[in-house]
Design a binder for this molecule. Structure first.
Ligand SMILES: NC(=O)c1ccc[n+]([C@@H]2O[C@H](COP(=O)([O-])OP(=O)(O)OC[C@H]3O[C@@H](n4cnc5c(N)ncnc54)[C@H](OP(=O)(O)O)[C@@H]3O)[C@@H](O)[C@H]2O)c1
Length: 250
């Protein structure tokens, strides 16, 4: 039996990586999925690949005028949502002295302000019994050089998992976080690194990982579906690490 038949899931940043993989799995389980991305071209491509049960539109999580239009755009397709996966984002990494105001504002606008107001805007159209999942990151668990702004932004999202869940319990909406480790996605594409530099970075990270490999986007997707499903009916306000042991295994 399909677990999400007649359900609607909204995924921000669904054109690639974890968002796309999660959209695929929700559709396989019978859901209709609405995705966003920053360009029409990428949204169209993803929707074509996802098939008839996918809908998409352009919306930039770092642009508040787009975020405040989300409800209006979603209401063109559905009155209510059952699942919200706040996932859109990327990292930029630099030593403290090289971080300028643009770097800081870009990440905080997209990851912190974007997450906050996306949830605020979607709450009125979330069904009772629905689930919200926020994408945090393993980077909140310890200090990593060059990650100061990205890690602080994701730590704010981590905090939202707790505060949002405390406010949403009364509405019978569960709010949880997923904290991915190193996952094989386009995450490095927004960093300004060349493809060779990205490959070098990936190859230098792999030996440091307990499982000696990056995670697959589908491994994140499976956990998002679990958190969104009735199987997680008694899970509220937690963050699940899907990091191949990176945070806890030596
Ligand atoms: N990969 C990792 O190792 C890792 C680890 C921990 C956490 N994360 C988090 O996981 C989330 C998903 O990233 P990913 O790794 O799956 O990378 P990805 O393959 O680059 O996917 C990112 C998705 O977010 C969209 N996106 C990026 N910025 C956006 C914005 N301002 N507004 C709307 N959509 C935006 C992208 O769409 P377009 O490019 O089409 O705009 C794409 O669909 C991010 O929040 C990231 O910080 C990643």
């Amino acid at each position: 039996m399909q677990k999400f038949k007649n359900k609607v899931a909204f995924i921000t940043g669904g054109t690639s990586g974890m968002g796309f993989a999660t959209a695929q799995k929700f559709i396989n389980e019978g859901a209709t999925v609405i995705i966003t991305g920053r360009s029409q071209e990428k949204v169209d491509k993803a929707v074509n690949n996802l098939g008839a049960n996918a809908i998409g539109f352009v919306s930039n999580a770092g642009k508040m005028s787009d975020v405040f239009e989300l409800q209006k755009k979603i209401k063109l397709y559905t009155d209510k949502l059952d699942v919200l996966f706040v996932n859109a984002g990327y990292g930029k990494f630099a030593p403290i002295e090289a971080v300028d105001e643009n770097h800081y504002d870009e990440l905080f606008n997209m990851l912190v302000k974007g997450t906050f107001f996306t949830v605020q805007q979607m709450l009125p159209i979330m069904n009772e019994g629905g689930a919200i999942i926020l994408n945090t990151s393993f980077v909140t668990g310890f200090g990593i050089e060059n990650f100061s702004v990205y890690s602080a932004a994701k730590s704010a999202v981590q905090s939202f998992v707790k505060t949002f869940s405390s406010e949403c319990t009364i509405r019978k909406i569960r709010v949880n976080g997923i904290s991915p480790g190193h996952i094989k996605t386009n995450i490095f594409n927004n960093t300004g690194l060349t493809p060779d530099q990205i490959e070098g970075t990936v190859q230098s990270i792999i030996p440091t990982l307990p499982l000696k490999r990056f995670g697959e986007p589908s491994e994140i997707a499976k956990t998002v579906l679990f958190l969104a499903s009735d199987d997680a009916s008694y899970i509220q306000g937690v963050e699940i690490l899907v990091d191949g042991g990176l945070s806890n295994v030596k």
